[in-house]
Write a protein that binds this ligand. Structure first.
Ligand SMILES: Cc1cc2nc3c(=O)[nH]c(=O)nc-3n(C[C@H](O)[C@H](O)[C@H](O)COP(=O)(O)OP(=O)(O)OC[C@H]3O[C@@H](n4cnc5c(N)ncnc54)[C@H](O)[C@@H]3O)c2cc1C
Length: 456
């Protein structure tokens, strides 16, 4: 006899647990099935550990630079055991908090690998859990390239990189996207010699080209090497190193090769095809309400081909819970989702790039506000800019930022974009001085034709 629920959720990562928490809040009877650790990739192998490493990296950089600020300090070395203890301490605390939250909402939590054995049933360790609704949230794992075998020693993924107990002398990073650039930033600050290889013409290729170019300039200044617009051809693992050959014949040798070429969905042998779920290259296909083609089965997070971000998983999980509860939630506007690469400097954006806005037929106006004119940016000694993409006599269509800590400015930028504000609306808001957020205000003042601290 199967146990009966309103919602059966397979996968306890960002998408799955958010759906469980909201469903329970709405009075539904929920089972959450997780084969590994509650919190999934984001908490244990993604967002949180990488941001802890990036914070340690910032402290290392600040220590090296202390004399610039008149502070006498000396940088000795990175103690990875200490760094890992700090990182793991953050994870443990959040993991415990999340476990407590799930328990407090009376969610049935089942440990074990689940499989969809019928349209309304997931089986775990021989026990069947049946629901009026099933939510698939099995997430993603690191991908590699054909012929590029991950050995976990010389050729690694982000999963291995987060568990290292020493700093490599040199690293080649295959992939100049978000994950590749964040590790490049960490390892450079930790003292490694870093080279990124990116097949597309720019680093962070999903971003507005102007942001990519600013990041490239900053990385060049930091001594982070990169080869862009050239693809990996082959590699050879030696006794104590690895050599990568590029398609243009160039060879690069380093202690380690980090493969950061993207992540693929976890959907094999889970019974998805057998119950008739439409899929594409391993992704489960879902509509704007995260409904699959099979009635009563939903899918969220990295398993579906939307932006692979933890907060997208949260948003989709909440949307599904509210849809099941009959609240008729509005579909997610994915262009309005904030995106951050937490390297030094950070790259942050919301809305359309210039190229996307033009392709969508907008009459585009652009404004670049250089952070050189911002007092707080000078205090922090960061360079970068705030770029606005606007519709002529219309709303702001995109905000693209580069600089230390600009990720925090997205809170305002996303309101501007999602509430379809015009530059003049934002220009009349007074921003606190001296903050980086003033640069957001200044950019909108300039776009509205009334620049204050802007040259040229
Ligand atoms: C290095 C790195 C850094 C990142 N940094 C950020 C960041 O800064 N900000 C951000 O927004 N995003 C970041 N991400 C992306 C983010 O982690 C993912 O988008 C998010 O975790 C996706 O959530 P999910 O629930 O879809 O999948 P996951 O978090 O992958 O969760 C899926 C869960 O399902 C479980 N599962 C799978 N199969 C089964 C089964 N058969 N039975 C039971 N359980 C199963 C897995 O064990 C896993 O816990 C990062 C990712 C990586 C790898």
């Amino acid at each position: 006899m199967a146990e009966q629920f309103d919602v059966v959720i397979l996968g306890g990562g960002s998408g799955g647990y958010a759906c469980a928490l909201r469903s329970a809040q709405l009075g539904m009877n929920v089972v959450l099935i997780e084969k590994d650790l509650l919190g999934g990739t984001c908490l244990h192998r993604g967002c949180i550990p990488t941001k802890a490493l990036l914070h340690a990296a910032e402290i290392a950089d600040n220590t090296r630079d202390a004399a610039h600020f008149g502070v006498k300090a000396e940088f000795h070395s990175i103690d990875m055991l200490g760094v890992n203890a700090y990182k793991d301490g953050v994870i443990t605390k959040l993991h415990k908090g999340l476990q407590g939250l799930v328990k407090s909402r009376n969610i049935t939590y089942v440990e074990g690998a689940g499989k969809l054995v019928a349209k309304d049933t997931v089986e775990v360790n021989g026990v069947k859990y049946t629901g009026k609704n099933v939510v698939l949230a099995t997430g993603s794992v690191p991908k590699s390239l054909p012929g590029l075998e991950i050995d976990g020693k010389r050729v690694i993924t982000s999963d291995h990189a987060l568990k290292m107990d020493s700093v490599p002398r040199s690293v080649i990073i295959l992939g100049g996207g978000v994950i590749g650039c964040e590790f490049a930033s960490v390892w450079k600050s930790f003292g490694a010699d870093v080279t990124i290889v990116e097949g597309l013409p720019h680093l962070v290729p999903a971003e507005d080209e102007s942001s990519s170019k600013l990041l490239e300039r900053a990385f060049r200044k930091r001594g982070i090497n990169f080869e862009i617009g050239v693809k990996y051809a082959s590699h050879k693992v030696g006794a104590d190193n690895v050599t990568v050959t590029l398609e243009n014949g160039k060879e690069i040798t380093a202690d380690l090769l980090l493969v950061a070429v993207g992540r693929g969905p976890v959907s094999q042998n889970l019974g998805y095809e057998e119950v008739g779920i439409a899929m594409d290259r391993g992704y489960v296909l879902a509509d704007e309400k995260c409904r699959t083609n099979v009635a009563g089965i939903f899918a969220v997070g990295d398993l579906i081909p939307t932006l692979q971000l933890a907060h997208v998983g949260f948003g989709e999980g909440i949307l599904v819970a509210e849809e099941i509860a009959g609240l008729k939630p509005r579909p997610i506007n994915y262009a309005g989702v904030p995106r951050v690469t937490y390297s030094e400097p950070e790259v942050a954006s919301v809305g359309l790039t210039t190229a996307q806005a033009i392709a969508a037929g907008h009459d585009v106006v652009e404004l670049n506000y250089d952070l050189a004119g911002n007092g707080k940016a000078q205090i922090l000694r960061t360079a970068g800019s705030i770029k606005l993409v606007g519709q002529k006599n219309g709303p702001v269509l995109g905000v693209h930022m580069v600089g230390s800590r600009v990720g925090e400015l997205l809170a305002e930028a996303q309101l501007i974009f999602n509430w379809e504000a015009e530059a003049i609306d934002v220009a009349s808001l007074i921003h606190a001085h001296p903050t980086l957020s003033e640069a957001v205000g200044e950019a909108h003042m300039a776009l509205a034709g009334k620049p204050l601290h802007a040259h040229g």
